[in-house]
Write a protein that binds this ligand. Structure first.
Ligand SMILES: Nc1ncnc2c1ncn2[C@@H]1O[C@H](COP(=O)(O)OP(=O)(O)O)[C@@H](O)[C@H]1O
Ligand SMILES: [Mg+2]
Length: 254
């Protein structure tokens, strides 16, 4: 059995079949990048796994614990979210709490840890993302890159089996993208299991163990970065790579 097993995940919005019976196994420590055209269901996939969207069918299993993603049971949903922490494009930090308090919040309210223990874990995690000198800063006084690093520390402090990230750098000014990508690379090297959506193809090539090309709600290609970028087996994948300038002959080359 794989570390994480996703089975038969389907989601419709009206008549729009956004996810079409997706199966996906992820091994421990794997960094899996989801790529694909806009509107193809990448965000919906990530959101269903954290039950921010309710799919029509689907399950996710961690070891011997299986969650029905269609459940409406609040306790089950909260339990699922302890396995799959999410990093959002817009950081989503609490504005009225400083960096350290943002990280402590889930540890105290969800994990029910005492303040001292929560503080210790939060300090350790914020140190890992290089923000120890900013623990008392409120989100408004942090750059987007710093906010996202705090958000990553917050997610990791909950010790999730699977870290979900939906375009974690696409809301950032270009000069701030690098520091967040470096942070993600560091946590990837520390053995965290990560499923992320990103348009940063150079980063994907360097850091992802595995790349999935999602199109029209289906996994159309699945392989190592080398296989996906250097030998795209599928014509639609090839066309996508041309568009994002990962292959020669891009119509956007100037
Ligand atoms: N809340 C929603 N209501 C209706 N349609 C939605 C909703 N969220 C996403 N969609 C539609 O689902 C499709 C996939 O969206 P999304 O998962 O955001 O794609 P991606 O992240 O790959 O750009 C799109 O056609 C989008 O318009
Ligand atoms: Mg999206």
């Amino acid at each position: 059995m794989a570390f994480v097993e996703i089975r038969d995940l389907s989601k419709k919005f009206g008549d729009n079949q956004v996810l079409d019976h997706i199966d996906l196994d992820i091994e421990k420590g794997q960094v899996v990048a989801i790529i694909g055209p806009s509107g193809t269901g990448k965000s919906t996939l990530i959101r269903c796994l954290n039950r921010l969207e309710k799919p029509e069918s689907g399950s996710i299993s961690f070891h011997d614990q299986k969650y029905d993603l269609t459940t409406k049971n609040h306790k089950e949903i909260l339990s699922l979210r302890q396995h799959t922490e999410m990093v959002f494009q817009q950081f989503n930090l609490l504005k009225n709490k400083n960096a350290l308090e943002n990280i402590m919040e889930g540890l105290v309210t969800v994990k029910k840890l005492g303040k001292e223990e929560a503080r210790e874990i939060a300090l350790r995690e914020i140190d890992k993302v290089g923000m120890l000198d900013r623990i008392n800063h409120y989100p408004a006084h942090l750059s987007g890159g710093q906010q996202q690093r705090v958000a990553i520390a917050r997610a990791l402090s909950m010790d999730p089996e699977l870290l979900l990230m939906d375009e974690p750098t696409s809301a950032l000014d270009p000069e701030l993208v690098g520091e967040v990508l470096l942070t993600i690379k560091t946590i990837a090297q520390e053995g965290n299991t990560i499923l992320l959506v990103t348009h940063e193809m150079d980063f994907v090539r360097k850091v992802a163990d595995r790349v999935i090309f999602l199109e029209n709600g289906k996994i159309v290609a699945d392989g190592t970065a080398k296989e996906i970028f250097d030998k795209p087996s599928n014509e639609r994948l090839r066309q996508f790579l041309v568009k994002v300038k990962m292959l020669e002959g891009s119509e956007y080359n100037i």
